[in-house]
Ligand binder design. Structure first.
Ligand SMILES: [Fe+2]
Length: 238
């Protein structure tokens, strides 16, 4: 479909250029809305590199199957959206919103999640330094207090969803929030920027931790990439 869209744009450009030539115009300015589809991002580490906190089996399935499925369905939905927009079919546009939110959210959230993790030998679990470390102490008392709050909210979240550490850019403060299903953090506030998101869907832990989500939450901190969260914090809070 993406290839088809590209061809359509190319054909349109060709028609416009030929038309411009025949009209004696040296230059044609055409605006085409290109359709960008999405592909599965590579991980910066091997599937087995987060063990024993998160098994290689979970990581591979989570990345190759679950994340890929969100991307596949997201691409399908935005291609359908493009068709609906081209036809001026408002009912179809509105009907697609939930699929776009769910699958697009799944893609956005998982893309952040992979960056929030890193093997212990590459700094996983090392407490944040610099301004994020200070901000955590200021807002939560200590890193340990923040971890307890995230774990408590993540464990209490009913059904599937995410628990986040975010930066509220308007009030310049750190917040802990949860979102249901695949809702991104921004659905809780337009000024919220995700620094750290933990996937608490069963597919993120069940093969290893069965139904004991609190154990998964306890262990995931051993492979959290605070360096990445600190970089986002510094960029977004400056
Ligand atoms: Fe997931």
């Amino acid at each position: 479909m993406a290839a088809r869209a590209m061809l359509t744009i190319k054909s349109l450009t060709s028609v416009l250029q030929n038309g411009a030539k025949s009209a004696g115009l040296g230059l044609v300015a055409a605006y085409s809305r290109g359709l960008q589809t999405f592909t599965l991002p590579d991980l910066a580490y091997d599937y087995g590199a987060l063990g024993p906190a998160i098994s290689g089996e979970i990581m591979q399935l989570h990345h190759q199957k679950h994340h890929q499925t969100y991307i596949t369905n997201y691409n399908k939905a935005i291609e359908q959206l493009e068709d609906a927009l081209a036809k001026g079919d408002s009912a179809a546009v509105v009907k697609l919103q939930s699929a776009i939110k769910f699958n697009g959210g799944g893609h956005v959230n998982h893309s952040i999640f992979w960056k929030n993790l890193t093997p212990i030998r590459e700094g996983g679990g090392e407490p944040p330094k610099g301004s994020l470390g200070w901000a955590i102490d200021t807002h939560f008392g200590s890193l340990e207090a923040l971890i307890q709050k995230v774990n408590a909210e993540g464990a209490a979240l009913q059904g599937s969803g995410w628990v986040w550490l975010g930066l509220d850019k308007e009030f310049k403060k750190l917040v802990v929030e949860t979102t249901a299903n695949q809702d991104p953090l921004v659905t809780k506030g337009a000024n919220l920027v995700p620094l750290l998101g933990i996937d608490v869907w069963e597919h993120a832990y069940y093969l290893q931790y069965k139904n004991v989500r609190p154990d998964y939450l306890k262990n995931i901190w051993k492979v959290i990439n605070w360096k990445y969260a600190s970089e986002v914090y510094e960029k977004e809070s400056s």
